[in-house]
Every structure is written in structure tokens, then in C-alpha cells.
Design a protein. Sequence first.
Length: 203
Amino acid sequence: MTGPRRPAARSWRTRFGWLALPLLALGIWQASTGLYLFGKAWLGQRLLDTAWDRAVAGDASPRPWPWADTWPVARLSAPGGQDGMVVLAGASGSTLAWAPGLLDGTGPVNAPGLSVISAHRDTHFRFLGGLEPGDALTVEAPGQTAQTYTVLTTEIVDHRTARLPDPADTPWLTLVTCYPLDAVVPGGPLRYVVHATPAGYGG
């Protein structure tokens, strides 16, 4: 006499099939988020380029989009960086989300005095760690001839105690980003700083 029949073991698909729909939804959500960020970055760059063209044509403060509180003030090219990065006025969080920003309170680029440009270490200024003394930077202001700068020094400073140079008779460009450059958690007091002056100037 045979005993009671045991139910057949459920297959993996039967036991875990309920996971398929949530996993599919998660995959679609992640893919759509990636596409959204890519599309946002692409569209933002197109709008920045258009605003730069308007600035070159003579518009005093062409806003990249109607609600923007900033506008292009320069274009920066550097070894290892995006060619011709648009630099916006001001260095607020909303500005740096789109492009490097010219720090309020510092002078215009390619003019005597100090110009400080800041950007995030993991986007526009990720190349800063690869710059070395002697490297060339190119900075263009609307309506002016592009100026070539030579990197003089790089340094790591504490922004709470650091003192910026105070040149009087020559353009002086300082690029700043957060440090460590590969930090997982953003923030902290350290900054990576690159100083440059027009090519041929001894500092």
C-alpha cells in the first residue's frame, strides 16, 4: 500500500515568480532615471552654448533658460577637460549644477586682478588633479580674444584659513574644487587649488 502522495516541489519560477514584476519595474525606473539625467545634461549644454553665442553677439546677460539667475561670462579650455566649458556668473549650488562658476567678488576673466572659477570635483573640474605646472589653459571672455594661461602651482588648502593671491597689474586665474578629488562623501574644508597667469608672465 502506498502512502499519501507528496505534492511536487514548486519550481524556482513558481516560488519566486512574484519577484519578476517588482524587479522589472525597478529596472525600468533606473533606466528611465539614467536617460532623464543624460537628456537633462545634453539639453543644458545646448542651452549654455546658445547663451554663450548670444553673449559673444553682444547680449550683456543672456540667461540660458528663462528662470536662470546667471549667464555666461567666459569659456574655459584645459588639458583633460571638456573643450570650451561655459563659465557662468556666480558660484551658487544651482549654478555649479550646470557649469563652472565665476566666484562673486572676484574680477572678470582676462582683466588685471584675481578671477576665481569654481566647479564640482566629480563633473566639470574632475580634470584638475591631472594639471601640472607648465600646462596651458585658454580663457575667452565675450567680445575678447582668447587668452592663454600657464599653470604656475597646485596646492591643497583649508578654505577656512586659506588666503588668495591679490594681484594688481596682471590677470590671475585660480581654479578651485573640493578635495579629496575621489571622496565618496562630499563636503569638508579642504580645497584643491590651481593658480595660473598669462603665458610668459613670471608670477
